[in-house]
Design a binder for this molecule. Structure first.
Ligand code: KIV
Ligand code: ZN
Length: 515
């Protein structure tokens, strides 16, 4: 059996199915480039049939990434497969990932198809996908609740039809590690042609077991794990890439395989994804949480100072943590700025984009004398957020008054479709007053579901990074903004959310039942 574990990242597809985590085409390309730098083997870039926007994003990723295989998702339907094949046409290396549900409950209640019909449709989908690429993955959706004999039957048939990877998803996160490992073991034992394809797993985290289930599958012979940065994904998310990769690396004594991942890119990529999606990483999250390598108790600190391995099983620098460093300041020039961004893996498509980012950097350096890597990342994320097409609302100016014993008031001037509107409103605090003033102008009818502020670096001169979650008619988006003034950061985040929620959305969901 191969000693290489293939890392298949689905941040741009399943990750994007987290409510509010939708990404623009440019954001997807930036994340895909970061994944390529990290040496991810396969990047699932999206679900091309879902909408013209998804198609364009998969196509753009296929054009920009050269070293990773680019994958597009397709239900087991001719039209889905043709669309995926078209979107992937320009990829250096492409994969079509087609799927159909195989559990009794999904076949009867969702698809209303007999098992024979499901097998026939899977076979025909794989054959069609092979007309576009030799690299075809077949997923048995809800495999975690499917009958083992039926899984063997359908997998044997799709191998004959040309599938090269067989994916076993625990779609609803129902399995326990031993049980899931046994499923992989049994499939490999029972299927006569098991050695003709790679077994893959795709675990959801509904019971908090996605990583444990994936690792148990690897011990039992799976050689591809599907995962996402920060564990993003539908509902409770998918297995987190950083946890799977670091478990296999740290416990190499227990695994007979290794990954090709350059782990030093893990933390910067986690930050990039969190900044773009607005999904903050909890401080105690393994590997990428702010506290993952922080020792609070005196006994631990003493031990680590004497001999690091007393309490540390991994080195922070191996996963890309660098001490907060002052990298640039007010007097730094364009070259130093560009060089540092290149070191952080951030490139610009044009001189214009570089100039725009550089002038933002100068503005920030006037307010905040020490600029850290985290500041640069936030600044570039913000410059990208502002480049959203159809940006209807822009902040022109904001003045807030907050005084003991007085009701806070915010006076805001917004540019709406190029026309200036000014309004003052009162609220229970300066942020509340600001949001009320924006809403009185925008009349958007959105509901604020979440408001959170994080400091980007330490110190009271740090930039505050604000995330808001807005809901309108069942649609949810996240908005972000960063500034050394958290009321301005809040206004930027709210406007960013409004600009996103007003974009048309016509996407299908991959698990929709119109087979
Ligand atoms: O969770 C799931 O079953 C999926 C499939 C499309 C692989 O995301
Ligand atoms: Zn999934």
């Amino acid at each position: 059996m191969s000693d290489k574990l293939i890392i298949f990242d689905t941040t741009l597809r399943d990750g994007e199915q987290s409510p509010g985590a939708s990404m623009t085409k440019d954001e997807k390309v930036r994340i895909a480039k970061a994944l390529e730098r990290m040496k991810v083997d396969v990047i699932e870039a999206g679900f091309p049939i879902a909408s013209p926007g998804d198609f364009d994003a998969v196509q753009a990723v296929a054009r920009s990434v050269k070293d990773s295989t680019i994958c597009g998702l397709a239900r087991a339907l001719d039209r889905d497969i043709d669309r995926a094949g078209e979107a992937l046409k320009e990829a250096n290396s492409s994969r079509i990932h087609t799927f159909i549900a195989t559990s009794p409950i999904h076949m009867q209640m969702k698809l209303r198809m007999s098992p024979d019909e499901v097998v026939a449709q899977a076979v025909s989908a794989v054959k069609r996908a092979r007309q576009f690429t030799d690299d075809v993955e077949f997923s048995a959706e809800d495999a975690g609740r499917s009958e083992i004999d039926f899984l063997c039957r359908i997998f044997e048939a799709v191998i004959e039809a040309g599938a090269t990877t067989l994916n076993v998803p625990d779609t609803v996160g129902y399995n326990l590690p031993e049980q899931f490992g046994t499923t992989i073991h049994q499939l490999r034992e029972k299927m006569p042609n098991a050695d003709k394809a790679i077994f893959s797993v795709h675990c959801h985290n509904d019971l908090g077991l996605a990583v444990a289930n994936s690792l148990s599958a690897v011990v039992n012979g799976a050689r591809q794990v599907e995962c996402t940065i920060n564990g993003l994904g539908e509902r409770a998310g998918n297995a987190s890439l950083e946890e799977v990769v670091m478990a296999v690396k740290t416990r190499k004594d227990l695994f007979s395989c290794t990954t090709d991942i350059d782990t030093s890119h893990i933390v910067p990529t986690s930050r990039l994804v969190s900044g773009i999606t607005g999904f903050a990483v909890q401080p105690n999250k393994a590997i990428v949480g702010a506290n993952a390598f922080a020792h609070e108790s005196g006994i631990h600190q003493d031990g680590v100072l004497k001999h690091r391995e007393t309490y540390e099983i991994m080195r922070a620098e191996d996963v890309g943590w660098s001490a907060n460093r002052m990298v640039l300041g007010k007097h730094s020039g364009r070259n130093a700025f560009k060089t540092r961004l290149t070191e952080l893996g951030i490139d610009f498509d044009s001189d214009e984009a570089l100039n725009e980012a550089f002038s933002r950097f100068k503005e920030l350096a006037d307010k905040k004398h020490e600029i850290y890597d985290e500041d640069l990342q936030a600044l570039v994320t913000e410059a990208n957020l502002d480049s959203i097409v159809n940006e209807r609302f822009k902040l022109a100016s904001l003045k807030v008054c907050s005084e003991t014993g007085e009701t806070p008031e915010a006076c805001i001037t917004l540019s709406v479709d190029g026309e200036e509107h000014k309004l003052c409103a009162q609220g229970s605090g300066p942020v509340d007053a600001t949001f009320k003033a924006i809403e009185s102008i925008a009349q958007s009818g959105t509901e604020l579901q979440l408001y959170s502020v994080n400091n980007i670096t330490s110190g009271t001169d740090s930039q505050g990074e604000v995330t808001v979650r807005l809901e309108k008619g069942g649609r949810i988006v996240n908005g972000q903004g960063a500034d050394t003034d958290i009321v301005i950061a809040s206004a930027k985040a709210y406007l960013n959310g409004l600009n996103k929620i007003l974009l048309p959305e016509d996407r299908a969901h991959p698990q929709a039942a119109d087979v």
